[in-house]
Design a protein. Structure first.
Lengths: 504, 354
């Protein structure tokens, strides 16, 4: 047996992430590793690649045993990891990339032709057909991911780990990559394949291990398992809906607060759905399903190619965020650092960024009104610490998110539909519930609505009144209050790939 | 910042020393300026006189106007390298409109400022709306405008009339007109940044343009306006220079002023990447460079050494930025630790009291 993990433990402070994981991968086997978010997949891979040190347990590679690895030891032991984010230099050729940092050379001179010959052979083995002499700028995603794999193989690894190689690929690209991965079996190499897509498990893998709560809860031959067994193992015991109030929404005869019709943008659509007044509408989908694209298109931050949005004042198609904002829309983006924070500006500047104009006299600022607005919003959201002069980067993730939320949830200007993209990403548990409470309070009056995306089914089960499910940029299902279960969400999100096998 | 929090600022001597360290980093240039003035006034009896300071500042008035307005553009993370040639171009437009077309001088001033603003609008459209690289666009504009000016009229234009002479040499309430103009420019800039809502947007755009866009701020419109304002400031600067020299030389007017303006702004503590900077710092840097040049002239230092000195000042500016990015996080960490210790001491004191 070529590669195994035995009784691996890892905890961060009090939180145990891995609680004795056992895993064995044989030579020439593709072993799929499945699990929901937070099941411990990434931590396991970090332990194998040397990025984290396990607290206890053993890692066996070939004949050698390791209690822990650092990145250099992992490389020398023959662990090669291909991550979902590409790490290629797109302005270089495939051969240059494959041998980057390990060039074949004589003295200071690179043996270009030898590199090229080996690269061509290896790419052909995987069935990749690209021009090895041109740069990678025009090469498709599936091919780039294949080159990443070849690059990993060029280091003669003893075990190959693929971390969601298809997450960023379209369905067709993923299928192309899957065909190539089958060629890997010829290499008699243990391959650990982390994925979210069930269809790939059945198409590719020989065996599968499912992680849940830091334990391997199911391990076996793929041929012996059914879709239902695997989904059940991923989900575990059914999570109860934590929403206590089952409000009766949208049945009072009023029209929708926002009607989206045939929205088309790059990568998504056409999508049509309604947002009812006073509801929290969840948007669920796997990575790459178009959640972020949908919200940013609604907010005018992306080019919308077709369709309309009706907020009760006629159909519009916002061309910029400021236009969307004046229509009554607001967006809390998912990537705080890149898309919503001004880290070196003060908390007040961050919270009031979009409201300065509304509390000013003409364009002259009125500081007392700004102060009281900040005070109110900070109190409503329980901002900690409540200091307007503190730089935003010194706040915790949860409180930074409150600053962004407060930008739209204050009394200066009412937004009618608040769009939130992964509102609790990088937010600690305590702040999480405060953000949930703030969202519920925002819609309580019944004149506003919240549209929130999440990649965590539990989160939507807690906050959403209804959920729309996206897959590959299309709307594949709408779940009403009572039907929002983890199983149904996952089933719908996987549905396109599984051709409806999971739909009960 | 910390003085605002009463629980933290309550008497720790270590804390006070850190506060003063903060103060020094923020005002290091002001301290350097004080030392410079002290040195020059001890070395030359003519230095610290009202008339000398008037001369010193009026010589620097035109560049001060450009620096005052371009500071806003640079805090927003952009830059206009074409101002030097823009001064020559718009100056030539103003001079030709008076000498060739015979318009009244007041209209001539408007032509100059308008031509500058028009160039700013072109820069603003390219860099603000089309999002081209400001350095490339305005660097191209720098040589394009100088060439255009020389093509339109390759020789110097003289004789702009009494109005221009009055602007260049006259006084109002005992203060030269030039100083009134540059003073208003700095005042307008300072008011804009601190008292108008646009000032907040300028910082936000400088720190994170993507986040500013998604916060529904008018990013493109504001950047365009700032480029137009910078162009118009170049137009004002050319009127001041033409008035002082009573003429416009297409090859020499405004030459290298873009670099001078940049030196002043960076020396004044504005980050080249944007998002950080104060008008007061830029004013300090403006006076600093003026004092440096004037003082060295009074001491009969050869002009080449003056070049070396202003070059050193620019490197000095870069170092302040580097030192700031190196020191600031360390100071922040020390401050955080001090707050922790202070909080723990307070808790201990509360516990023993109860």
């Amino acid at each position: 047996m070529a590669f195994a993990v035995e009784g691996l433990f890892k905890s961060y402070g009090a939180a145990a992430v891995l609680r004795g994981v056992d895993l064995a991968v044989e030579d020439g086997e593709i072993h799929a590793l499945l699990g929901a978010n937070g099941a411990g997949k990434s931590t396991l891979i970090k332990c194998l690649s040397g990025a984290e040190t396990p607290d206890a347990g053993r890692i066996r590679i070939g004949d050698a045993n390791f209690p822990s690895l650092n990145p250099r030891e992992a490389r020398e032991a023959g662990v090669a990891v291909v991550y979902q984010e590409l790490s290629l230099a797109l302005s270089l050729t495939a051969a240059d990339n494959i041998f980057l940092g390990r060039e074949k050379r004589i003295g200071p001179f690179v043996r270009k032709s030898a590199q090229r010959r080996i690269a061509v052979d290896m790419l052909q083995d995987l069935g990749v057909q690209i021009d090895v002499d041109s740069d990678l700028g025009s090469v498709g995603n599936a091919e780039l991911q294949s080159i990443e794999i070849v690059k990993a193989l060029a280091s003669n690894p003893k075990v190959l780990i693929l971390d969601e190689p298809t997450a960023a690929l379209s369905e067709r690209e993923a299928n192309r990559l899957a065909d190539r991965l089958k060629q890997l079996k010829k290499l008699k190499l243990p391959v650990l394949y982390v994925t979210h897509r069930l269809s790939e498990v059945f198409a590719l893998a020989d065996r599968v291990t499912i992680l849940r709560g830091g334990l391997a809860v199911l391990s076996g031959r793929v041929a012996d398992l059914s879709h239902e067994e695997i989904v059940a193992a991923i989900v575990g015991r059914s999570v109860d809906r934590l929403r206590p109030d089952e409000r009766n929404l949208g049945s009072d005869g009023n029209g929708p607060l926002m009607a989206v019709r045939d929205l088309v943008a790059n990568g998504i659509g056409p999508i049509s759905f309604d947002v009812r007044p006073g509801e929290v509408l969840g948007v669920f989908g796997l990575v790459g399903s178009g959640r972020t694209e949908l919200l940013e298109s609604l907010f005018g931050a992306r080019d919308v190619l077709g369709g309309t949005i009706d907020l009760g004042k006629g159909a519009v198609r916002p061309k910029s965020p400021s236009e969307a904002y004046s229509c009554g829309l607001a967006l809390v983006p998912s990537d705080r650092l890149r898309k919503s924070m001004f880290p070196s500006l003060t908390a007040a500047d961050n919270l009031l960024a979009s409201s300065f104009g509304h509390v000013a006299q003409g364009c002259v600022r009125r500081r007392t009104r700004e102060q009281s607005l900040f005070g109110d919003a900070a109190a409503n959201l329980n901002l900690q610490p409540r200091r307007p002069d503190l730089e935003a980067r010194r706040f915790s993730g949860g409180n930074q998110q409150k600053l962004v939320l407060g930008r739209w949830l204050n009394s200066a200007k009412d937004c009618r539909v608040l769009l939130l993209d992964e509102p609790t990403q990088g937010v600690d548990v305590g702040a999480r519930s405060e953000i949930y409470a703030a969202l519920r309070a925002a819609v309580a009056a019944g004149d506003r609505a919240v549209v929130a995306t999440s990649s965590e089914p539990e989160e939507l089960m807690q906050i959403a009144d209804r959920v729309i499910v996206l897959s590959h940029g299309r709307l594949v299902g709408v779940l009403d209050s009572r039907d929002i279960t983890e199983k149904r969400l996952l089933a719908l999100a996987h549905a396109v790939e599984d051709e409806g096998k999971l739909l009960s | 910042m910390n003085a605002a929090n009463p629980t933290v600022s309550s008497g720790s001597s270590r804390f006070a020393s850190m506060l003063s360290a903060d103060l020094i980093v923020n005002n290091i240039l002001l301290a350097a300026l004080a030392v410079l003035i002290l040195y020059f006034s001890l070395s030359s009896p003519h230095f610290l006189t009202f008339s000398n300071f008037t001369v010193l500042l009026t010589n620097y008035a035109a560049i001060g106007v450009v620096a005052a307005i371009m500071t806003l553009l640079m805090i927003a993370g952009h830059v206009d390298l074409s101002v030097g040639s823009n001064i020559a171009f718009s100056g030539m437009m103003a001079a030709l409109s008076i000498t060739v077309f015979g318009v009244p001088p007041v209209i001539g001033i408007f032509v100059g400022v308008g031509a500058g603003a028009l160039v700013g609008a072109i820069n603003g459209f390219a860099c603000g709306a089309l999002r081209l690289s400001p350095i490339i666009v305005t660097l191209g504009m720098l040589s394009l405008l100088r060439g255009t000016t020389l093509l339109i009229n390759p020789t110097e234009v003289y004789g702009l009339g009494d109005t221009f002479f009055y602007i260049g040499n006259g006084s109002f309430l005992g203060i030269p007109i030039l100083l009134w103009v540059v003073g208003s420019a700095f005042a307008a800039s300072a008011l804009f940044i601190s008292a108008s809502v646009w000032g907040r947007y300028v910082y936000a755009i400088g720190v994170n343009p993507q986040a500013a866009f998604l916060a529904a701020l008018p990013v493109k419109r504001l950047l365009f306006s700032l480029y137009v304002a910078t162009g118009a400031a170049a137009g004002v600067a050319d009127v001041l220079l033409a008035a002082r020299l009573d003429g416009v030389s297409p090859g020499a007017l405004g030459l290298q002023m873009e670099l001078q303006a940049l030196t002043i702004i960076l020396l004044g503590g504005v980050a080249f990447a944007g998002g950080r900077g104060r008008i007061f710092g830029v004013i300090t840097a403006w006076v600093f460079l003026g004092v440096l040049e004037n003082g060295l002239t009074l001491l009969n230092v050869p002009p080449f050494i003056q070049l070396v000195a202003s070059g050193l000042a620019l490197v000095f500016a870069a170092s302040i930025d580097a030192i700031g990015t190196y020191v600031a996080p360390r100071m922040a960490r020390r401050r955080a630790v001090a707050e922790q210790i202070e909080a723990a001491r307070q808790r201990a004191a509360n516990a023993s009291a109860s």
